[in-house]
Structures are given as structure tokens and as C-alpha cells.
Design a binder for this molecule. Structure first.
Ligand code: PLP
Length: 452
């Protein structure tokens, strides 16, 4: 624990506040419908914000700051399951003791943010800890960034500086790397870059969808060969494509792609911004036993901090990578505790909680698929990244179903494109009772959707 000011009175009050907040947040432990009076307040507030922001919202979602575990309370009076974790941030669930403790500890410090000049102990300890968790790989360093996209921008700069003028990047089709000026060119979905010039030379290759692994590998390598030129410096991959539809491929396919890339002397950059902590190991490259390959790995979201892990070979020259902030002290403190919690708790590996939650979801969804007469189909993802399709996966029905789920008590989002899928990022705190209720809501929503 790294406190700023500390004395017995402060320590005692922190402990007292910690338990008072935790107990008060425990009130929000089950779903509840909205109150129509309060819904009006939400529409007005969001309309006000829409005017300033210039664009509206997918959901009428305005959170009160109260919630516990998978539940979050909204200003319309409802309490809902948060099965998207703010697009990946709240892996541990709401009002987790780690979040409360980190904020209270940070309140004893003399500033809110830590930076690269005025340094504190927390970023040092978080960096040491994250690097120690990738000791089987060649990743030896960690640099903080203000967002996942910026962590990716830094990865690109590190790669370019060591690539002697080669600047082209290979990326898988359907990938998502962020929305910065650099990463928008890597992100494959053209809808996200309308009117944008192409500034980064990125070549997208298709990963074969063949069901026969041998064919899948050889077709994917042929696709790579057809795309590759001697101007390429790196290949970037999400091992679990997030926005792209929770697509994950067999280990042997990734191994073949990375062996091919090493043969071409390409740097291997793995984007774990969404997958960090969710696949059944801390990193997806560990889950898939690909530790020997990455030269650079980017993280964000569930760590509460973003950054770039990189090998000694990619260590940049002074001046290339910098910036004012490393992050807020509360979120870096939380990152330290999260790493400890995830690695010491029984979450990962065979029989870990991630596997248990996944199996339970798969079982229940398979039963639903069998009885739903084609309404539900095809699950995808790994660990706590769980996606499924409704009907033929068309955009309108998928969005309509997601909005109906919201009304019935589940917050989630979509992923993929033709077919569009329903994306759940499951929080680690789900118990069996929660899972039963989630499936009751899915069932009920499907019946309502079908007009029964
Ligand atoms: C795989 C992946 N890479 C990069 C990003 C961009 O991160 P951020 O939104 O923090 O900039 C995201 C965000 O969704 C992501 O899922």
C-alpha cells in the first residue's frame, strides 16, 4: 500500500469509510425496473448533453454511481446486469473493494495524476508487476499511455524506429485497433473512418474460415504471402477479435502465422486491450501458449491503465515516446491490486472461475439454441468474452434485441458485422444465481421479440 499522508486517525477513517461505502453499495444486488417519472429526467439530461456533444446515444443510460457486482443502478431507477463492463473496463464488477480502496488511498496523495516527470511509486510497482507476469516472453519493458489507441500508437512508433524505413503493417481483416489517426487505418471497419485520408499503409489479410485446420493454415499463409512485400515491418493481431465478432482461432493457426512472420523478420505486435484478463489467463497469448512470439503487446481497459509492453530490441531512443500523464493515481493503484488479485485468486487455468463461468454460459446457451427454433444461434469467443447471434444476424434485429434486453435488465452491445452478434463481456463476479437470471431474461426477451 502506498499512501500519501498517513497516521492512525487517517488509517482508521479510511478503513471506516471503506466498509461504510461497501455496505451501502451492497444494497444494489438485484435487477429492478425503471420508474417512469425518473425516465423523463434521464431523457431530458441526455437531450441536454446531446446538444453539447453533438450526437445522441445508443441507450438511455445514465448511471448513478451506485451498483454492486454485476449490477449497476441507472438514474431512471432501474438496476441492470452490466454485461458489457463499460466496453471492457469493469471486469471485476461494480463497487469492487479494489476500486473503493484504490480511490481512498489515492485521496491521501497530494495530486490526482502521475506523470513521466513527477513520478510516484505506484507506476513503478505496476510496471514491475506487469513485466513480472510476462517473464516467459521477450517483453521486458512497459510504458504507460492515456488510452488503448495511444498504447497502439506507441507500439507503431517503437516498431518503425527499428525498421529501417519499412513502414507497412499487416493486419487481419475484421480487426479493431482504435480510433487514433494511426490506428483508424489498422481498424478494418471502413464505417469508422468515413472522410478520413489514409495515412498509414496497412494491408489487411483474410484469416481462412475453413473448418479443416490444415487447409485453414495453408489458406491463411497463402493470403499472407499474397499480401506481403519487403516494405512490411510488422504484423498486428488481436488473438480474440473484439469488435470484429469475438473471433478466436486455433493455436496452431496463430503459431503458423507467427512462424511465417518471424521468417520474414516482421515484428509481432499483439493487441490485448480488450482480451486482457478475460481469456482464462492474464493474457490471451499466454492462454494460447504463444509466449515466445510477441515483440510488443498493448493492454488497457480491465487493467484500469493503458500501456505498451515491449522487448529490449524495441526499446525506443529518448524523445520518441513521452507525454504528460501516466494515469490517475487511483487507477494505477487499482491496476496494481488487480494484477495481484487476478494472479493470486482462483480465476485462471483449468477449473478456474473463468472456465466455470464460460462452461455454464455455453451449456445454458446451447440449451436455449436447441429450443429456440433458430432464434438463437452460433456462440463465439473465449473465457469471459461471449457472443451469440439472433436470427440471421442482421443489423436491425440485433440492435432491436439489444435494446429490448436493456429494457428487461441487461446492458450489452454488439460486435461483428454481417452477421452482427450480441456481445457479452462477462464480469468475474457472476455467480450461478446471476447466470440463471440472465438466461431467464434472454428467454423472456426472445418471447417478447417474437410477439408471444
Ligand atoms: C482490441 C482493441 N484495441 C484498441 C482499442 C482502443 O482502445 P481505447 O478505446 O482505449 O483507445 C480497443 C477499444 O475498444 C480494442 O478493443
Amino acid at each position: 500500500m502506498s499512501l500519501g499522508v498517513s497516521n492512525p486517525k487517517i488509517d482508521d477513517q479510511i478503513n471506516h469509510l471503506f466498509s461504510e461505502i461497501l455496505v451501502a453499495q451492497h444494497e444494489f444486488m438485484k435487477t429492478r425496473g425503471p420508474d417512469p417519472e425518473k425516465s423523463k429526467f434521464v431523457s431530458e439530461k441526455l437531450a441536454e448533453y446531446e446538444k453539447i456533444r453533438g450526437r445522441g446515444f445508443f441507450y438511455p443510460l445514465l448511471a448513478t454511481g451506485r451498483g454492486h457486482g454485476p449490477f449497476t443502478e441507472l438514474f431512471d431507477g432501474s438496476v441492470k446486469f452490466d454485461l458489457i463492463n463499460s466496453i471492457g473496463v469493469n471486469l471485476l464488477g461494480h463497487s469492487h473493494p479494489i476500486f473503493i480502496k484504490s480511490c481512498l488511498e489515492a485521496a491521501t496523495m497530494d495530486t490526482l495524476m502521475t506523470g513521466n516527470l513527477h513520478l510516484y511509486e505506484d507506476p513503478i510497482e505496476l510496471s514491475k508487476s506487469i513485466v513480472s507476469h510476462v517473464s516467459k516472453s521477450r517483453l521486458k519493458h512497459f510504458w504507460f499511455a492515456g488510452s488503448g489507441s495511444f498504447a497502439n500508437d506507441n507500439a507503431i512508433k517503437m516498431i518503425w524506429q527499428k525498421s529501417e524505413g519499412r513502414t507497412r503493417i499487416l493486419a487481419a481483416q475484421k480487426c479493431f485497433a482504435g480510433r487514433s489517426i494511426a490506428t483508424q487505418d489498422i481498424t478494418h471497419n471502413l464505417d469508422y473512418k468515413k472522410g478520413m485520408p489514409t495515412l498509414l499503409e496497412v494491408d489487411h489479410f483474410p484469416i481462412s474460415e475453413s473448418e479443416n485446420l490444415k487447409d485453414q493454415i495453408s489458406e491463411t499463409i497463402s493470403n499472407l504471402e499474397a499480401t506481403y512485400s519487403d516494405q512490411h515491418c510488422a504484423i498486428t493481431m488481436e488473438l480474440v477479435q473484439g469488435e470484429g465478432g469475438f473471433n478466436v482461432y486455433p493455436r496452431d493457426l496463430y503459431k503458423a502465422v507467427f512462424d511465417w512472420a518471424k521468417g520474414k523478420k516482421l515484428f509481432i505486435w499483439i493487441d490485448e486491450i480488450q482480451s486482457f484478463g478475460r481469456t482464462g489467463e492474464l493474457f490471451a497469448f499466454q492462454k494460447l501458449e504463444l509466449d515466445e512470439y510477441p515483440d510488443v503487446v498493448t493492454v488497457g481497459k480491465a487493467l484500469q491503465s493503458c500501456g505498451t509492453l515491449f522487448s529490449s530490441e524495441l526499446n525506443p531512443k529518448p524523445g520518441l515516446i513521452a507525454g504528460t500523464f501516466q494515469g490517475s493515481l487511483s487507477s494505477i493503484k487499482a491496476g496494481r491490486k488487480i494484477l495481484k488479485y487476478l494472479s493470486m485468486g482462483n480465476f485462471f487455468g483449468a477449473g478456474g472461475r473463468v472456465e466455470e463461468i464460460r462452461n455454464k454460459f455455453e451449456d445454458k446457451m446451447n440449451k436455449l439454441i436447441k429450443t429456440s427454433d433458430g432464434f438463437f444461434s452460433s456462440t463465439s469467443g473465449i473465457g469471459l468474452m461471449f457472443a451469440f447471434q439472433i436470427k440471421d444476424g442482421n443489423k436491425d434485429d440485433t440492435a432491436k434485441f439489444i435494446k429490448k434486453l436493456f429494457e428487461n435488465g441487461i446492458i450489452c452491445f454488439s460486435c461483428g458485422k454481417n452477421p452482427y452478434k450480441i456481445r457479452f463481456l462477462l464480469p468475474l463476479c457472476l455467480n450461478e444465481e446471476h447466470i440463471d437470471e440472465i438466461f431467464q431474461i434472454l428467454n423472456k426477451t426472445a418471447s417478447e421479440f417474437n410477439g408471444n
